[in-house]
Design a protein around this ligand. Sequence first.
Ligand code: HGY
Ligand code: MN
Ligand code: MN
Length: 426
Amino acid sequence: MDISRIRVNKVRLRKDLEDLGKFGEEPDGGILRPALSDADLKAREWFKGRMRDAGLQVREDTVANIIGRLEPASGAQGAPCIATGSHIDAVLHGGKFDGAAGLCCSLEAMRAIQGSGIPIPCPLELIVFTDEEGGHYAGTFGSRAMFDLLVENEIYKSKGAGRPFMAKSLERMGKDPAQYTKAVRSPSEFRAFLELHIEQGPVLDSLGIPVGVVEGIVAIDRHLIEVEGKAGHAGTTPMRLRDDALVKAAGIVTAVNRTVRFLGPEIVGTIGEMKVHPGAFNIIPGKVEMTLDLRSMKKSLLKAARGKIREILRSIPGARLETALSKNGSKMDPRIMGLIEESCRQRGVSWKRMGSGAGHDAMTFPTRGIPTGMVFIPCKEGKSHCPDESIRWKDATIGAQILADAIMRIGFNTGTKSTSGKVRAH
Ligand code: HGY
Ligand code: MN
Ligand code: MN
């Protein structure tokens, strides 16, 4: 089987990337496309059309994951599929390529594979996962829903008072939230999962290397911190009689930052969201809600940080922490990493093995023993989650080519060693 016959089309790919970037576009070049917002829904409809134009059978599951599928000509219809995909939703005022690059490159890979005339060895799927960025709650929602990994009542949970929750957004797009468990699939339906993503860090760009072969994805704990005080009149309440929730929250922010820094360079912590209630210039804040994102390749560091932060909160009246989600780090499948590298070698493309400090839907699949791999492409100066996020079109083209080649190498390979150690020959 001559993989070199697979040729991605850089013009077609670039057009998809540019067109997808228009949904939710803001004047400063960033995008506002929160999960299941109007901009996200429009982008999804457009992408479904592109998937159909590319010959994929397209369906949407009960939690709005979009699943495009290519069936092999004969024989292997019911066989486990090789899936690829990523997300269309974006962080607030984010960039145009986080998630989108993976989806457009995956679609181009699917087209190039079909264009090669090489018969596909098993079903191929391209999946758009719902709410990867955690616009409603804890993130990687669609892939966790697919493998029955939601926390209890997650579709009714939000990040604070008056914030959106998934059940409402699903209803808004005409779905019955009570049917969410119907999205659950068996891991045995999957032979492998591959995600292409921008690196969201500076390594590849600074070294001038076009491909990152991901070895592992960071463990992530997401907590919600709530601080109760006493709302009151900003003019008539003497300072000594105040119980100002924001003053207490400010102390927590600096204490959390000090704690994480003290634990060393292998852990990062971010208080990225803060809501002050009621929130007016003449009311003493009565309540503050904050989100805390902790990450490390070492789960033990996350545990240590949580313990110390709980201790800090115990000393502050009215402060409490709720753990929204604790995601283990994920190891990528060595076999798949080898096939990605083989693809780079054959194409004369340099690559670098690396970890991912960003979370992805690709971290969900290994928890169900599905062999998983990730291909990174550079983003300029490592900028991401901001309007300056940008890529080089040639890097996207190379990434799509390597992704297409790797999908077919997995397909024709005699077996893919699953992360659970079993070798599954197909
Ligand atoms: O938060 C992350 O790491 C990813 O961009 N969702
Ligand atoms: Mn992101
Ligand atoms: Mn992403």
